[in-house]
Design a protein around this ligand. Structure first.
Ligand code: ADP
Ligand code: MG
Length: 397
């Protein structure tokens, strides 16, 4: 087990420069932060550090600048956004290593935060260059890993620097993720129900494999269901079908047997992009030639919600339909509500995936499920039983 920030005595924090690797890989629009979810996710750790009298110095990547300075991927717009949310001064410095950056970390006053520039502007970040890791190590007196979303990558600002600074601990966000995902590991409370949707089976095959044998029931929706219909020889009209994955879908159906549930009815429309195109419901064996399935139907929604209601553990990844269009959001929102109700009844519920999290947020239910996971690739690797290099490089207890 990695040592955690909460286990450090205040004497190891007060007045110290805490180098924190956060995940501020946020969407920007017109030079401003368009969605602050990831910034908010960092607040518990940053507030904890400030309360203990530490001086947070923040490192993050943003986008894929591929080792070059790309002005449109500067982290500068994050500073005012973080400052507003945390209510303490946040200074920004346009580099993330070197003497001047180090000097800035030493100038930090009480209850002040320093945000440094995009780590991926430097080629050594993603190659985990030891010299760069050593440069990062000069920026702090201790290291905190709170970027769960990149913990599965051995980069200079994660595994590299984590091995060089002591203390070197996990932050509150990483702890929360590890604890929540750990509960879905070897011995989840049963019945364990898993919901899968979204666009592609091939994107999710590793995650499907993780849960295929572990889950008591698998509920399938979204465009993914269409590929299963195709595997059953049903007509799918103009629905989004992943033709390369039809064989894979057939294998999964075989392997899961009666534990896999597919929709019995679907919402269809002729022209997905046309806001006034007719929308109606058909049984799954009657998808018209000229129409596309865009959501699970009312009968399926009710059946799925009832199954979720029996769960003691529930994991869900992938929307049940094209929920970005509110006409096709009912299946996704019904499942989100069923998850919230199950949580209220004592079940442990985890939502994974960027679009799924966005759907739960759009339904206003973020606070009514047990956990919304922030890290796609990292969650997957951890759930598959793999080691996260960023976490493994921390001090172990
Ligand atoms: P996540 O990000 O949660 O892992 P995915 O990226 O796999 O989820 O899939 C989300 C996308 O799948 C959404 O943008 C949604 O519109 C799309 N989708 C879901 N169902 C359908 C469908 N029936 N037809 C077309 N697109 C769909
Ligand atoms: Mg997605």
């Amino acid at each position: 087990m990695a040592k955690t920030l909460r286990a450090l005595p205040v004497s190891e924090l007060a007045g110290k420069r805490a180098l924190v690797r956060v995940d501020f890989n946020v969407p920007l629009e017109a030079g401003a932060v368009a969605d602050a979810t990831r910034i908010d996710a960092s607040l518990p750790t940053l507030e904890y550090l400030l309360d203990a009298g530490a001086r947070p110095v923040l490192l993050s990547h943003l986008g894929r600048p591929k080792g070059e300075v790309r002005p449109e991927l500067t982290l500068a717009p994050v500073a005012p956004c973080l400052e507003e949310r945390i209510g303490h001064p946040v200074h920004f410095f346009g580099r993330c290593e070197g003497d001047e950056a180090v000097a800035r970390t030493r100038e930090l006053g009480e209850a002040e935060i320093l945000l440094l520039e995009n780590t991926r502007f430097l080629p050594g970040e993603t190659t985990n260059d030891p010299a760069l890791a050593a440069g990062f190590a000069r920026l702090g007196d201790l290291y905190v890993l709170d970027a769960f979303g990149t913990a599965h990558r051995a980069h200079a600002s994660t595994a590299g620097v984590a091995g060089l600074l002591r203390p070197s601990v996990s932050g509150l966000l990483v702890d929360t993720e590890l604890r929540a995902l750990g509960r879905l590991g070897d011995a989840p409370d049963r019945p364990f129900v898993v919901g899968f949707g979204g666009a592609k089976i091939s994107d999710k095959i590793d995650l499907l494999n993780v849960f295929l044998d572990r889950a008591d029931v698998l509920l399938v929706g979204g465009a993914m269901a269409n590929t299963f219909f195709a595997a059953q020889g049903l007509p799918t009209g103009r629905s989004l079908v992943e033709s390369d994955a039809v064989g894979l879908a057939a294998e999964i159906l075989d392997r899961a047997g009666g534990r896999i549930h597919l929709p019995t009815d679907v919402v269809v429309t002729r022209d997905v992009g046309d806001p006034v195109s007719e929308v109606w419901t058909v049984p799954v064996d009657a998808i018209p030639e000229g129409a596309a399935a865009v959501d699970i139907g009312p009968e399926s929604r009710q059946a799925y919600a009832a199954v979720v209601g029996t769960a003691r553990s529930f994991f869900w990844n992938g929307p049940m339909g094209l929920f970005e269009d509110r006409r096709f959001a009912a299946g996704t929102f019904t499942l989100a509500e069923a998850a919230a109700d199950a949580t209220a009844g004592g079940a442990f519920t985890v939502i994974g995936g960027g679009d799924s999290a966005a759907a739960v947020r759009a339904a206003g239910l973020m606070d009514r499920v047990s956990h919304v996971s922030t890290g796609g690739g990292a969650s997957l690797k951890f759930l598959s039983g793999g080691e996260l290099p960023g976490v493994a490089a921390l001090e172990q207890t």
